[in-house]
Design a protein around this ligand. Structure first.
Ligand code: SME
Length: 200
């Protein structure tokens, strides 16, 4: 008698031995959430921890490399990609009596800023870090990116000599505070110390 050979029906059941127990599922979920927590840790532990980790990362990027432009470029990329809510991060260097655009990440920006003009020029002239919670309220602010709403500018010194500024913009109002100022000052100190003696 001819027998019909039926195709085995597709089973949605797991093969024997592959059954996932509730305990295993729970373990997998716990592991997944622990990984998420670790990823979010810098934000959860606050800015000091994030900046401490950036100092370590910057030192490792600088190690053994003394090309000034390459190091400045990598530092701006590190900040742009690691700090939340930042739409521009980069350098302006002092050439004569004006600041000239250096390595940066973000939209194209104005190339030359006279001393005393804009947030960068004022920070350079006053030789101090300036935090601007709302750039639209800063007289003479130079708008390079219409998305920017707040800004921080940190001067760079080689001893007493002003080298330029580090500039960060954010689309969020009030994005930068004293902890950012402290962290960024530490980072530029590490950066300049590494470049010291290179005839900047
Ligand atoms: N906003 C700066 C100009 C530079 S951009 O933000 C990149 C200023 O007012 O000096």
């Amino acid at each position: 008698m001819a027998s019909r050979s039926a195709k085995p029906a597709k089973s949605t059941k797991r093969p024997a031995g592959k059954k996932v127990s509730a305990a295993t599922k729970k373990k997998a979920l716990t592991k997944r959430y622990a990984a998420k927590e670790r990823a979010a840790a810098p934000q959860m532990d606050g800015k000091p921890k994030l900046y401490a980790s950036l100092v370590v990362q910057l030192m490792s990027l600088l190690k053994g490399e003394h090309d000034f432009i390459a190091n400045a470029a990598n530092m701006s990329a590190l900040l742009f990609n690691s700090l939340p809510n930042v739409n521009w991060a980069g350098f302006y260097f002092l050439h004569g009596d004006e600041l000239v655009l250096g390595p940066f990440q973000g939209n194209p920006a104005c190339v030359r800023i006279p001393m005393g003009t804009g947030v960068c020029g004022v920070a350079a002239q006053q030789c101090e870090t300036i935090i601007v919670p709302n750039v639209h309220e800063f007289p003479g602010h130079i708008a390079c990116d219409v998305a920017s709403n707040s800004e921080i500018v940190v001067p760079l010194f080689d001893g007493e000599r002003l080298l330029g500024v580090l500039d960060l913009d954010s689309p969020a109002i009030g994005r930068f505070d004293d902890q950012d100022a402290e962290g960024l000052n530490e980072l530029v100190t590490v950066f300049v110390a590494h470049e010291e003696g290179l005839g900047l």
